[in-house]
Design a binder for this molecule. Structure first.
Ligand code: ADP
Ligand code: MG
Length: 316
């Protein structure tokens, strides 16, 4: 199968539901065209997934289709942006129809779920690598950044943490138990917190999506905002499945494992109090920003020095 036939068969269909309005020209020309409405900023981000580094060899392609777009779109959620379109640079060892059909099926499901349209891409032969660039928009000057946290703000997360990290132990399980299936679903099908991110625009002082682990990602907010924080480990939300599978290790997982793609946000008490109940209910307060630099975790004796996955400072 040639490059253009491959694109026509597996990827062009994803572009056919092009959103009216912002995406003016999709795949097929030298560039795509996106028109940014007046009063909006363009927000964009790129993510690369390499087989054997970011997902295991022989990972089911349909999961990969969802996951590759979800992790990229999660960055838009963290900025409070509305997704518009994405490009896909695909490096493939060979054009295997079954793999391509599975991948494009997962990708199509994710693109429908997140309201983001394929605008173009690049297809080459090489080790399996996926690079997705996502574009979104946000009202001018309103994107949520890492740098706005203020002393006294609450530190909140948007859901249970650690499940996706725990799932790594069970990716190869031939017959996973109910609890194993529950954490595996979190790994295979992360749900970027798009609606919540948008609801926090103009209200939260800082935000980040948790891709490397709570401690290491919150530290990015603290560094950018030049503040410190105190967390209460007892408040960190843990799923029943995680506690059942990991026991005393569940908290370590929640603090240091990545891949959950919940948000970590900072927000002033009075802003939180003003939010709609259904938004407030999704924000779990786990600590507070303080002037003293550093990150203090109270109510834990079991946290070692490992602070999440860092490609260039990994010691384990
Ligand atoms: P060029 O040589 O001008 O860079 P290409 O030959 O790489 O263009 O691509 C031709 C068209 O096909 C472009 O519009 C590009 O966006 C689109 N395309 C290539 N690969 C993909 C892909 N994997 N998914 C969607 N569109 C793609
Ligand atoms: Mg060209």
């Amino acid at each position: 199968m040639g490059e253009f036939e491959l694109i026509r068969q597996y990827f062009q269909p994803l572009a056919d539901n092009a959103r009216q309005g912002q995406l003016i020209l999709g795949p097929g020309d030298d560039c795509a065209i996106q028109r940014v409405p007046p009063g909006q900023d363009l927000v964009f981000s790129v993510d690369t997934l390499v087989e054997g580094v970011h997902f295991p060899p022989n990972y089911p392609p349909e999961y990969l289709g969802w996951r590759s777009l979800a992790v990229a779109v999660s960055d838009l959620a963290a900025m409070g942006a509305d997704p518009v379109c994405f490009t896909l640079a695909l490096s493939l060892p060979c054009a295997e129809p079954e793999w391509l059909a599975g991948y494009s099926r997962g990708l199509a499901r994710a693109s429908d779920a997140f309201g983001i349209t394929l605008a173009g891409g690049d297809t080459t032969r090489g080790p399996l690598t996926l690079t997705l660039q996502v574009h979104g928009t946000v009202p001018k000057g309103m994107a949520l950044r890492r740098s706005g946290a203020c002393v006294g703000d609450l530190v909140c997360v948007t859901g249970p943490l650690g499940d996706a990290g725990a799932a790594l132990d069970f990716l190869g399980s031939p017959d996973p138990t109910g609890n194993e299936q529950a954490v595996l679903a979190r790994y295979h099908y992360p749900e970027p917190r798009l609606a919540l991110g948008k609801a926090l625009v103009g209200k939260a002082s800082a935000a980040i999506d948790i891709s490397d682990g709570l401690l290491s990602d919150l530290q990015h907010i603290l560094d950018a905002s030049e503040v410190g924080a105190e967390l209460d480990a007892d408040k960190v939300p843990l799923s029943k499945a995680l506690v059942a599978l990991k026991g005393r290790e569940a908290l370590t997982c929640a603090l240091t494992a990545g891949d959950d793609y919940q948000l970590c946000v900072t927000i002033a008490d009075e802003q939180l109090a003003l939010m709609d109940l259904h938004v407030r209910e999704q924000l779990i307060t786990i600590g507070r920003i303080q002037a003293k630099p550093g990150l203090n975790v109270a109510n834990t004796a079991q946290i070692g020095s490992r602070q999440g996955f860092d490609h260039f400072r990994r010691s384990d």
